[in-house]
Design a protein around this ligand. Structure first.
Ligand code: ZN
Ligand code: ZN
Length: 247
């Protein structure tokens, strides 16, 4: 088809869609008028502040004060089983609302947009992408995945792997016990809740490799730690981790 004709048809289709099936931003209720806008409008996405200059260079924990990136006290005392973790923003405001819409109102389409947000914020951060062989999502227990209909970390991981051209392995790291969601527990209960619940199958596929572990939210870090330990015990050379938001 002639490009200008196909452009005219697509803008006509969009116009017809706007007239007959208008859709509105789930957060601010403004009309979604651009073809790429789905569920959330461009200005809501743009209002999310993603740059953080003050964080632990190992666990990625954001510092309250404006300081140069350095090792936090916890990592100074004992290094975690992963080498680096970074989140692209704090888990609050519109980003928190979007993640909740994504997970609990089943707007799966937001997973890809969240991955693009991560890429815009951290796509050029060398230490997180350097030498990564495989992208692995934090798994859900099969029963939880069936109930929700999808694994939120998997969709984000798939899109990140596609954008960065890195291999994705999404069936190797598994959750072997269906424990209560971390969000339903007090901080002090979270470590015990996930201890020993992750395992690796077909470990030969990732042995000796550098893995980038992907999840939606980092709170106490216990899930990322447990997954990293399971991966390291299966022979993974190095684990790095990336999350969309940090509580
Ligand atoms: Zn909006
Ligand atoms: Zn740290």
């Amino acid at each position: 088809m002639i490009p200008s004709l196909s452009k005219k048809i697509s803008s006509f289709t969009k116009l017809a869609e706007l007239i007959f099936f208008p859709s509105f931003c789930e957060l601010c209720s403004s009309l979604l008028e651009f073809p790429q806008e789905r569920v959330i409008c461009h200005s809501c996405w743009k209002s999310i502040r993603t740059s953080h200059h003050s964080y632990c260079i190992c666990c990625g924990r954001f510092f309250e004060a404006l300081e140069e990136p350095h090792l936090c006290q916890v990592c100074l005392e004992k290094r975690p089983p992963f080498s680096h973790h970074r989140s692209c923003a704090r888990y609050k405001g519109k980003l928190k609302d979007i993640i909740l819409l994504y997970k609990y109102r089943h707007f799966q389409v937001l997973g890809k947009d969240l991955a693009r947000l991560v890429c815009r914020a951290l796509g050029k951060e060398e230490e997180i992408w350097w030498k990564v062989d495989v992208v692995v999502p934090v798994p859900l227990h099969p029963k939880r995945k069936k109930k929700r209909g999808f694994n939120q970390a998997q969709i984000i991981a798939e899109e990140l792997a596609r954008i960065k051209g890195i291999e994705l392995q999404d069936g190797l790291l598994v959750k072997t016990r269906n424990v209560p969601p971390q969000t339903s527990l007090r901080i002090e209960e979270r470590v015990r809740n996930v201890t020993g619940v992750f395992g690796v199958v077909k470990g030969e596929k990732i042995r000796g490799k550098v893995v980038l572990l992907v999840d939606d939210v980092y709170t106490t870090g216990s899930t990322i730690r447990e997954c990293s330990s399971a991966l390291r015990n299966a022979g993974v050379k190095e684990v790095k981790a990336l999350t969309v938001a940090q509580a």
